[in-house]
Write a protein that binds this ligand. Structure first.
Ligand code: SF4
Length: 426
């Protein structure tokens, strides 16, 4: 990889981390259902929650008018402890009704939420009880998407971590890609790995229940999303080994991610070059088209999606931006270490949230671009600061070579808009 820029003399792996433990403003983990239900085509997500949860899902996911939806909310009204037996019976009845009506469902996730009456319900036990009735046709699992203890991307992490113990044991030497990607992007990754001669490759989550991968001591896994700390731990516990690498954002991130896997599978430099040269060149060209707008501009990441550190690495190294502060809700060094190594020392690295203090620092720094949650974007825009919604980065296809240009464009667009508005006003 002689043509990749070398790592900085000093990266951020050993940089001091500012720990924040204050008020948070993020979406809850239920948000993950919006992309997970698209990915797992025979799964149903039944949120056990309040009307607020139902509204969040409806407004965030949009109403699926032509399709039978594959998520819903079992609304639990205020219940005292004595009413819990009824609540369990009610849940069992709801599930039975749903599964009778929808024989296409092969996986059912009971998704916990934060209203106190839901917290009193033991959804793990409910899933066990329901499995006795509905397995093997349907596998019932549970996880929490509660806003009290999650950021919005932790919903996917909790969901995948809940699946890991149920995966069959295997002794096969297989590569497991972990994290949900849009199908078209996943297909690109699989094609790149096939061109490198790497296989068999399995995905978690699989698109269908019957395709779920096995896991065992000869499984090596590569994460495609940086927010999968719990899933990482669950896979390691099953004996699988993690291939640590920078995340596949941008030309460099994708190349280093592929190279780490290629090294694991003994792929020759010649094969690697032959498989990656053309898409790398396309990615470089596509990024360059937007990097002009980004070069020399400063960026501030408020902690939100957990994609912040890999994205800061991409924007500073491939687009010429300067990171002022990179906040992340959680800093998993096992997962983010390779990205920290590549991010040149300089920015404040912060972990956790204390929204008022962080906003004070944004106002003091007045960065050219602030990446933040939806709720913070409007007030900052009103103060004359350009913003980018962090959630958009999770909803958009941004991984691997073919999306590298689109990823840069997502950051360039608000700056271009601002420049044009200024020109028009002048
Ligand atoms: Fe709100 Fe909690 Fe329901 Fe999320 S899980 S929508 S934070 S009540």
């Amino acid at each position: 990889m002689t043509d990749l820029p070398p790592p900085p003399a000093r990266g951020c792996r050993e940089a001091p981390v500012l720990k924040e433990r204050g008020q948070r403003e993020v979406f809850c983990g239920l948000t993950g259902i919006i992309w997970l239900h698209r990915k797992m085509q025979d799964a149903f997500f039944l949120v056990v929650g309040s009307r607020t949860c139902a509204h969040l899902l409806q407004s965030a996911a949009g109403v699926m008018i032509f399709a039978e939806p594959r998520f819903g909310t079992a609304i639990l009204e205020e219940k005292d402890l004595a009413g819990l037996a009824d609540a369990n019976a009610e849940l069992d009845r709801e599930v039975a009704r749903l599964l009778e009506r929808r024989p296409d469902i092969r996986q059912l996730f009971l998704v916990g939420s934060c209203p106190s009456e839901v917290i009193k319900l033991d959804l793990d036990r409910a899933a066990e009880r329901l499995n006795v009735v509905h397995a093997p046709h349907v596998r019932v699992l549970s996880y929490t998407g509660a806003g009290t203890d999650t950021t919005f991307t932790q919903g996917e992490d909790s969901c995948l971590a809940a699946m890991v113990p149920t995966l069959p044991e295997t002794t096969a030497r297989e590569l497991l890609l972990v994290g949900s990607l849009p199908d078209v992007v996943e297909d690109q990754a699989l094609a790149l790995l096939a061109a490198l001669g790497i296989g068999p490759v399995r995905c978690l989550p699989a698109r269908r229940a019957g395709e779920m991968p096995g896991v065992g001591p000869d499984t090596v896994f590569a994460l495609v999303q940086p927010f999968l700390g719990e899933t990482h731990g669950a896979l390691v516990k099953r004996g699988a080994r993690h291939v640590a690498a920078p995340f596949p954002f941008g030309e460099e991130g994708t190349t280093r991610w592929l190279r780490a896997i290629a090294d694991e599978f003994g792929v020759s430099p010649e094969t690697f070059e032959a498989a990656t040269a053309a898409p790398r060149a396309r990615a470089r060209k596509a990024v360059a088209a937007h990097a002009e707008e980004l070069r020399g501009k400063s960026i501030f990441f408020l902690p939100d999606s957990q994609l912040e550190l890999p994205l800061a690495r991409f924007l500073t190294r491939e687009c010429g931006m300067t990171a002022v502060e990179v906040g992340t809700p959680y800093l998993h060094r096992d997962i983010l270490g390779p990205d920290l190594d590549l991010l040149a020392e300089g920015p404040v690295i912060s972990e956790g949230q204390d929204v008022d203090l962080q906003l004070d620092r944004v106002r003091a720094a007045r960065p050219d671009l602030t990446v933040c949650g939806l709720g913070l974007a409007n007030p900052l825009e009103a103060e004359g600061l350009a913003t980018k919604w962090a959630i958009e980065l999770v909803f958009s296809p941004v991984h691997f070579y073919e999306q590298a240009g689109d990823l840069a464009a997502l950051f360039a667009r608000p700056l271009t808009r601002r420049r044009i508005l200024k020109l028009e006003a002048a």
